[in-house]
Design a protein around this ligand. Structure first.
Ligand SMILES: C[S@@+](CC[C@H](N)C(=O)[O-])C[C@H]1O[C@@H](n2cnc3c(N)ncnc32)[C@H](O)[C@@H]1O
Length: 245
């Protein structure tokens, strides 16, 4: 398992990006993610890949009875813990979720699942941690955004702009597995899964899909950051809500 958020060069760049008002998290991912949440009042909530704890704090403010955030990055958790809230943070990789023996009403994860190699095990472990009727809501990079692999030994850009419209190269959609990309630093490991693999894994482990949303940018967002119009040519993120049967 790679723990890239504890690579200080990566972490510094990531923090700089998140501190800005205009970024894809603030303008695109977070508004959609928050719009999909059920009521958290009196709920036991687990956030996987909680990062600096933004969602955990929201869950607490929304009246959740217990909030736990887990993350593999000490850097991210150090920031989360600095808020000194009544939130339980654990330095635990999601690969080791089976070490927890609690039961939760709501399990969330924002932009972390594409870092895990064994998605089947992750969803199996989550199915054991969630109460029947409990809800899992997660976002991850969209399969059309994770698929591309450049030809060996070549630095091929996967996009081209023509008359203000962006065209993307798509390859290896059904070739599931690791992708090594440059994002803040070189050598960042992510995992590509196609849509059917994601959905069928959830179904296999006793979840009913209740919503799927693909990210989009409306005119307000495009006014704030014109480059997000390309979001409508190819979404960056996918959001899935599922209920444990
Ligand atoms: C893009 S950040 C998102 C953080 C937070 N969810 C948010 O939306 O602000 C991804 C987070 O997932 C965490 N992460 C990546 N791989 C992980 C793993 N295998 N187990 C637990 N956390 C992981 C990273 O350390 C990082 O904090």
């Amino acid at each position: 398992m790679q723990n890239i958020y504890d690579n200080n060069a990566f972490f510094e760049e990531y923090e700089k990006m998140r501190e800005k008002d205009i970024n894809a998290n603030n303008l695109i991912e977070q508004p959609i993610f928050y719009s999909l949440l059920p009521s958290l009042k009196d709920k036991k909530v687990l956030d996987i890949g909680c990062g600096t704890g933004g969602f955990c704090r929201t869950a607490k403010n929304e009246g959740a009875s217990f909030v736990m955030g887990i993350d593999c990055s000490k850097n991210m958790l150090e920031v989360a813990k600095s808020y000194k809230d009544d939130i339980t943070y654990l330095n635990l990789p999601m690969e080791n979720l089976s070490k927890l023996n609690d039961k939760f009403d709501v399990i969330t994860s924002s932009l972390a699942f594409h870092y895990v190699k064994d998605f089947d095990k992750l969803i199996y472990d989550i199915s054991n941690l969630i109460k029947p009727g409990g809800e899992l809501i997660f976002s991850q990079e969209h399969p059309v955004a994770t698929a591309f692999i450049p030809p060996k030994g070549q630095k091929l850009d996967n996009k081209i702009d023509i008359h203000g419209k962006r065209y993307y190269l798509l390859s290896d959609y059904n070739n599931l597995g690791i992708r090594i990309v440059t994002w803040n630093v070189t050598g960042v490991e992510k995992y590509h899964r196609n849509f059917s693999d994601i959905i069928n894994t959830l179904i296999r482990h006793g979840f009913m899909i209740t919503n799927v949303t693909e990210s989009y940018a409306d005119s307000e967002v495009i006014k704030k950051e014109p480059k997000y119009k390309y979001q409508n040519d190819r979404p960056y993120f996918i959001f899935i809500s599922a209920k444990k049967l």
